[in-house]
Design a protein around this ligand. Structure first.
Ligand code: NAD
Length: 244
């Protein structure tokens, strides 16, 4: 059912961001805007603001003109592009967005796309983890290190002015993917399929992009609604969280 929110999907021309935009439109939302550094889609019923999230003037322009009440921040560089770019977009960019959203008279909700990688250090397996698991002392790589920094800023910003949350998807697959399929293709092309690490019993999570997008819509819908803590017992309370 459509809401009265005005949505700004940051990174809305990307793989996940585009699915979020399409799901918002499919449920009848009429106030959907996109802020991205490039424009890859052209919908007559979506306002596109082209700019860089690390530039305060670009962010201010998109927030003011869109009149956003709910920001969904999916923007990030892809893997293997270098620390400097991750620092700029994930850390400075997320800070810039938050600094603009916090005093904004309209924005009340902020959902951030983090990554499951923020709790994985590359050595120890992560089993049955939820948000209670601590960050590892050493991040897996610069990408995940900056996702941790961004996630912490987003959670710290949560308060009366702005309701925030972070979602940690694992690997995402589905229509429009430009990263995972390419990586698999490169492995096959380079004839690297004969190598095996471990005993073929390693597990990894992958989630369909439509489900990840849906999770973002649920998060933005539920932010700020009263949660029945007193009567709710988390089934995960009985599970011992472990790494290793
Ligand atoms: P994507 O590269 O397809 O989309 C990211 C979008 O952000 C792009 O459209 C890009 O142009 C935009 N962007 C990058 N830098 C920007 C900047 N400075 N200013 C404005 N826009 C900028 O990536 P995706 O796979 O859709 O990932 C979306 C989010 O999900 C990211 O935050 C990523 O860290 C997270 N994530 C992705 C996966 C995955 O498997 N794809 C897994 C876990 C988490």
């Amino acid at each position: 059912m459509p809401s009265s929110e005005s949505y700004l999907v940051v990174g809305g021309c990307g793989f996940l961001g585009r699915h979020i935009v399409e799901q918002l439109l499919a449920r009848g939302e009429t106030q959907v805007s996109v802020f991205d550094i490039v424009q890859r889609h052209f919908d007559s019923n979506v306002n596109f603001y082209i700019g860089d999230i690390s530039k305060p003037e670009d962010v201010e322009n998109a927030l003011t003109k869109s009149g956003a009440t709910a920001v969904i921040h999916t923007a990030s560089p892809a893997h293997n592009l270098g620390r400097q770019l991750y620092e700029l977009v994930n850390v400075t960019g997320t800070r810039t967005l938050l600094d603009a959203c916090l005093p904004s008279p309209t924005v009340k909700k902020f959902v951030y796309t983090s990554s499951g990688g923020v709790i994985f250090n590359g050595d120890q397996d992560v089993v049955c983890a939820d948000e209670r698991l601590r960050y590892p002392e050493r991040a897996l790589d610069a990408y995940n290190e900056t996702k941790v920094a961004a996630e912490k800023m987003v959670i710290a910003a949560n308060g009366e002015q702005l309701l925030t949350c972070a979602i940690r998807p694992a690997g995402i697959f589905g229509e429009g993917d430009r990263q995972m399929i390419n990586a698999f293709y490169e492995v096959v092309k380079n004839n690297q399929t004969k190598f095996q690490i471990g005993y073929n019993d390693n597990l990894a999570d992958f989630t369909y992009v439509g489900n990840v997008a849906h999770a973002h819509l649920l998060a933005v819908d539920k932010l700020g609604t009263t949660y029945p803590y007193s009567s709710f017992r988390d089934p995960l309370d009985s599970i011992e969280l472990s790494t290793g």
